[in-house]
Write a protein that binds this ligand. Structure first.
Ligand code: FEO
Length: 386
């Protein structure tokens, strides 16, 4: 049995069969759906797991419970990766009280037609407490991190924050990998739009003495919590995490790619500490989105296409703007064989984005890189190095 503290147990599962998480994210190292139990005078279970793991999860739970029965199922998030087994749970433990807030129960009836919890429904409000005996649970609402009904639960006895999706990452728990890389890709993919709401809940968390964070995905965090909280603060305030620059390009025949790579080489030559570069048609889009938020400067290199821009670039920019991309410097390399208009389209797409600084230099290629473009690339590199 996997113990987190004396009374808190891990009963989650690893998913290595999944192809796309939430229907869109590539998860080469699988996914973990975490679930927890507190054994006290009363027993509380935190969230269920994905629909494909009913038996395994109920088995994990049974192993911790022995002959006892749970008193509460705390539903922190109604997204099906955590809520899919609420009905199976109720079937196995019909006397358990289901704990959620007003929004949780509205969503529950949307997902499970005809569900009537009767007297087993326990609705909580922000700041409510629930005593399990020696453990006291405090409900901290975290709307839009990642859905409106989300709430965290703070166990003031063991100083554990159950943080729902926050501080989660892609990747199963039986794979050893760096936290930040997959947590950043997860954060900007899934919660990136809601920086303001994440900031609000981080302020609430700052008032708590937290020694352990138990998220619904990814590892349990026990050491160096300042590191994780600091990254969440940077990400949710749209701050710059790393020195350097990201070049995102698409290229039909390799000419735009050539210009993007020439710019990368120039920047490195001039001492830029890090230049990340990605071909948006071939590399993971969510990885490119996280890199755009990671660095303070972005270069977009693409072609004019159907009087618009190349589809993968359009997708990328929409991913950024709908996640409130802001506080960044952007440079453009555009290519167009007869009527290059990509730069104009790109600037239009960022029109509503806050605090974007455009470089004075835009590289305009007509078909292939020529001597005038080499001078423009040099000028753009100089500007970006300032
Ligand atoms: Fe892990 Fe928003 O669900």
């Amino acid at each position: 049995m996997n113990k987190i503290t004396n009374d808190i147990y891990y009963i989650g599962v690893n998913d290595h069969q999944i192809d796309l998480f939430e229907g869109q994210y590539d998860v080469p190292n699988g996914m973990a759906y975490n679930s927890y139990v507190i054994l006290d005078e009363k027993i509380a279970v935190f969230d269920t797991v994905d629909q494909n793991f009913t038996e395994q999860w109920l088995g994990n739970l049974k192993e911790v419970l022995g002959d006892r029965k749970p008193d509460y199922l705390i539903v922190q998030h109604m997204e099906p990766d955590h809520s899919a087994n609420i009905l199976s749970f109720i079937k196995a433990y019909p006397d358990t009280k289901i704990v959620g807030n007003a929004k949780t129960f509205t969503m529950m009836s949307n997902f499970f037609e005809g569900l009537d919890l009767g007297s087993n429904k326990l609705e909580v409000k922000e700041g409510d407490k629930l005593s399990l005996g020696s453990h006291e649970l405090n409900f901290v609402f975290a709307p839009m991190v990642h859905w409106p009904e989300v709430m965290f639960t703070y166990d003031s006895t063991d100083k554990v924050l159950f943080s729902a999706d926050a501080f989660g990452k892609f990747g199963a728990l039986d794979v050893d990998e760096d936290w930040a890389c997959e947590a950043r890709r997860y954060y900007f993919g899934i919660v990136g739009k809601y920086g303001v709401q994440v900031q609000a809940v981080l302020k609430k968390a700052a008032a708590l003495d937290i020694q352990t964070i138990c998220p619904l995905h990814g590892p349990i965090l026990k050491e160096d919590l300042g590191y994780y909280l600091g990254l969440y603060n940077t990400w949710s305030s749209y701050g710059v995490e790393s020195e350097g620059l990201f070049i995102a390009y698409t290229s039909v025949y390799g000419n735009t790619k050539k210009a993007a790579e020439m710019l990368r080489d120039k920047l490195l030559e001039k001492g830029c500490p890090k230049v990340a570069i990605a071909d948006l048609a071939r590399e993971d889009m969510a990885e490119s989105v996280e890199d755009a938020f990671r660095y303070g400067k972005l270069v977009i290199a693409t072609t004019t296409y159907n009087a618009d821009i190349f589809p993968f670039m359009k997708h990328f920019i929409l991913d950024l703007t709908e996640r409130n991309y802001q506080n960044r410097t952007i440079g453009i390399i555009e290519n167009g064989s007869w009527a290059p208009t990509a730069a104009k389209v790109i600037k239009g797409m960022f029109e509503k984005s806050k605090n974007i600084t455009w470089t004075d230099t835009t590289v305009t290629i007509k078909s292939a890189v020529k001597s005038e473009n080499i001078a423009q690339i040099e000028a753009l590199a100089d500007e970006l190095m300032k």
